[in-house]
Design a protein around this ligand. Structure first.
Ligand code: FAD
Length: 491
């Protein structure tokens, strides 16, 4: 079974320009996912020097493991936003998503990108009688804004029944890595890309410039765009308090009935469906990261559910995580009043194809001094008053996860080939591979000092608090951690 996402198949690692030294720059974009590359696209003709750095390969972060639905029917978002912020802001969010869809279409057309962009119908449904009202509410809000919404009593495939559903059109699907690699190729003529460059710290100096410290050396930038999914710093923003991570498991296999639509439910057990050529892609078993520690079990449950529903085994199977802010609105824009040249785009609650795109537009507009109608809606400086309580509950959940990993160092789902033990007085995680080779790492997340858990499905060390992930030899796979947990001389 393939543990990479279906999108990674056949994507070549671009040749690296290792000889290129890190140079001072006007605008630094940290992260080459959809947020970073869209920001770079909109800034690329502004006449300033632009550098994009990524700790790994461009495009290979969360964006490489998405299901890539380009959709504005996003669960119960419109009624939720109406409740927190009123109907005007809820409608403004819809406008932002429609604009993002148009932007993707325009970029694909202008650059002639072949990324399997296809128009599809998108369904939203429930099988829980308690959620029928919510489907109705979402339908009514959208209809009130002149969106064509139809009620349905089934999906185009019989494998997934429904009690109540709605469908909209003018939504899309695409191949996210073909899109991002083409965008990168186009941008390479205009801006500098540096891969394998892990940003570890950014410091605002008296000169007004930022000093950027990386594992490849330091340099300066006048403007910084933090497009690295989960920021590696804690201040400014005090990010960990304002959201949580959710992890989802994705399975994919060839089916005899290739169809072309997308569907998601709003029930406690998430179901998410789309097609790519003759493959069905199914997401399920969504969980709050800090709440469930046995990732192998989540993966197994998701596979079993897939086999039961679609009577076939998955050919691709992967897991991915995204950030959900307490009020469900992304954080896009200036992060700190005292730092006018520091921008962020994140917190897309698994709708990053549209939100990462609109983030690129908003951030570039703000840098270039253009007014964006969406700035105040997404501003990280907005009042989070309507969703203050989750700050406390998130904090409590992190503390619980933190304590649990300290107390239960070797949970019973660790098999014989994994253990936490002290070596030379340091808490270490040990994984013994099939050749009996020991891979030893420090069992401490450099971000906020949580203990790590072994993820035996993907052979990684994962932080249950804020989502950092490390390879079996300790390299950072996913932030916010910006330092490795390597121990030299693994044997
Ligand atoms: C299971 C799942 C399914 C999803 N499906 C959909 C969907 O159908 N539709 C949709 O719209 N959205 C979906 N999403 C959400 C979407 O995939 C993400 O929101 C989006 O890809 C995030 O893009 P990004 O550019 O912010 O982050 P990334 O793609 O992760 O890019 C950030 C980059 O920053 C780099 N980086 C990180 N830290 C550092 C550092 N310290 N120094 C240098 N570089 C660094 C990383 O290597 C990475 O390449 C889904 C999410 C999940 C979890």
């Amino acid at each position: 079974m393939n543990k990479d996402s279906i999108w990674m198949k056949g994507i070549q690692k671009e040749e690296k320009k290792i000889s290129e030294n890190l140079k001072d720059t006007d605008i630094l974009i940290i992260g080459g996912g959809i947020t970073g590359l869209t920001s770079a696209y909109f800034l690329s003709d502004c006449g300033r020097n632009i550098t994009v750095v990524d700790k790994g390969q461009i495009g290979m972060g969360i964006s490489s493991k998405t299901t890539a639905k380009i959709n504005y029917l996003q669960g119960t978002i419109y009624q939720d936003l109406e409740k927190y912020y009123g109907v005007k802001k809820s409608k403004l969010y819809l406008d932002s998503q429609l604009e993002a869809i148009k932007i993707i279409g325009d970029i694909v057309k202008k650059l002639g990108i072949d990324c399997n962009l296809e128009k599809v119908d998108s369904f939203l449904y429930t099988n829980d009688s308690k959620n029928i009202e919510k489907i109705d509410k979402e339908r009514d809000l959208l209809k009130g804004w002149d969106i064509k919404v139809r009620e349905v009593d089934s999906l185009p495939i019989p494998e997934i029944p429904l009690v109540k559903g709605i469908v909209i059109s003018n939504t899309y699907v695409f191949h996210p890595l073909k899109y991002l690699s083409s965008l990168r190729k186009y941008l390479e003529k205009k801006i500098i890309f540096k891969e394998d460059t892990l940003v570890q710290e950014i410091t605002l100096e008296d000169s007004g410039k930022y000093r950027i410290d990386t594992n490849q050396g330091s340099f300066y930038s006048k403007v910084v765009v933090v497009a690295c999914h989960y920021p590696f710093f804690i201040k400014p923003g005090f990010f960990p308090f304002f959201g949580h991570l959710k992890r989802e498991y994705v399975q994919s296999a060839k089916v005899d009935y290739p169809s072309n639509f997308t569907a998601i439910n709003i029930d406690s057990n998430l179901q998410s469906v789309r097609f790519y050529k003759n493959y069905l892609i199914y997401g399920s078993n969504e969980q709050k990261l800090a709440k469930k520690f046995n990732y192998e079990e989540g993966d197994k449950n998701s596979k079993n559910e897939f086999m039961k529903l679609f009577k076939t085994s998955p050919e691709y199977s992967w897991m991915n995580q995204d950030l959900v802010m307490n009020d469900q609105l992304p954080w896009i824009g200036k992060l700190d009043k005292k730092q006018p040249n520091l921008y962020i785009g994140t917190g897309y609650q698994a709708w990053g194809m549209t939100n990462g795109t609109i983030a690129g537009k908003i951030i570039s507009d703000e840098i270039l001094g253009n007014r964006s109608p969406y700035s105040s809606l997404f501003s990280p400086l907005r009042s989070m008053k309507p969703r203050f309580l989750p700050i406390i509950s998130n904090g409590f959940e992190y503390l619980k996860a933190y304590g649990k990993t300290y107390l239960d160092k070797n949970p019973n789902f660790y098999k014989d080939n994994v253990m936490i033990t002290k070596i030379d007085g340091i808490d270490c995680g040990v994984y013994i591979d099939s050749d009996q080779k020991k891979h030893i790492v420090k069992n401490l997340c450099p971000h906020l000092k949580c203990k790590l858990l072994f993820n035996s499905s993907e052979k990684t060390w994962d932080c249950p608090c804020h989502g950092s992930r490390f390879s079996i030899d300790g390299d950072v796979i996913e932030g916010p951690a910006s330092f490795s947990i390597c121990i030299k001389n693994n044997s």
